[in-house]
Write a new protein. Sequence first.
Length: 386
Amino acid sequence: MNSWQFETTVTAQREDERGTWIALAETHFYAEGGGQPADTGTIGGQAVLDVQRDDSTVWHLVNEPIDEATVVIGQIDAATRHDHSIQHTAQHVLTALLEDRYGIETLSFGISADDSSIEIAAESFDWELIETLERDVQQIIFDNRPIHIFELQDGEVEHDRLRKATDRTGTIRIVEIDGLDYNACGGTHVSTTGQLGIIKVTSMKKVRGNVRLTYVAGMRALTVIQSSRTALRAIHQTLSTTNETVAARVAEERTARLEREKEVKVLEARVAKAKVAAFLQEDNYVITHIGKTEAETLTTMIVERIAATGRIAVGANHTGQKLLLMHDGTHDIAIGKFLKRTLDDLGIGRGGGSHKQAQARFESIVDLERATAEVVKRLQEGVVSC
Ligand SMILES: [Zn+2]
């Protein structure tokens, strides 16, 4: 037995909608608090889903009830605890440096499954500052400064050194990072700054007039760095770029794509004009356009142009497995209702629309073709009553 594994007795239990909360005669589980999540692990072989403190009792959430007076083994997941200790201690370092070197106060802190964040009292902060901050942080890590944890009576605490004033009385737990931080804190910590490994800020966002910095430390930082490298390698392979050239190249690619999109639009407009001119040779009330290989934008453009001539336009786009119906509003057919009823009768596709335009999507081209044929048939036969 050690502090990760301990034998104890169940002293109380209570139920709520989340499960059974167990109190123990002795516990080493950390209850959620101060921005740090609860420990995970097992009690009597059952997974501990949450740990909360109320007044002086620590409650452990499990799935199945355990009778009072049962002797159980508590097992804390050491890896999760260690990770939480790293993320939390990293916050001490970030907060101390931000305050002492930049005069910026930390307002709140939280650890989630993938990353952690601090909200800082700054109207703005930029990536250059973040790089400087990361270098300052890294120096503290390289210094491998000891982190001392000790309990003092209220009167023994050097209150003027405290990072943040505390209104606690009696025994106060002090966490001190050599030459950097002197803090009243009940969280869990690593014993030297070297154990933080690396701290990386991953994002910066404005929130409520402040700035939120998201960061990762320890193994989480390594994971993020590795995943960034994987993403970047894929881009380099595709575009034959290097870290130095990639930003300019992506910008070039984007500009080129926007140019091409403009050209495509012009060409589509020409194609649409030509196709519609051909359709207008026919004297039909309903005109059907089938786009087997074209983009949805072109089918839409053609349908719109046909409708503008006063006909009822039916457009089937195979690429998007989409059916479009449109008229110019002068026809006495609520085309959305008509399409919906036809689809309901056939039992395929999903769609609907307004009085003069409607659309539907299908799971297969076969369904699209069936629906197109039925819609055209009903429109031509005039079996439309809407
Ligand atoms: Zn702490």
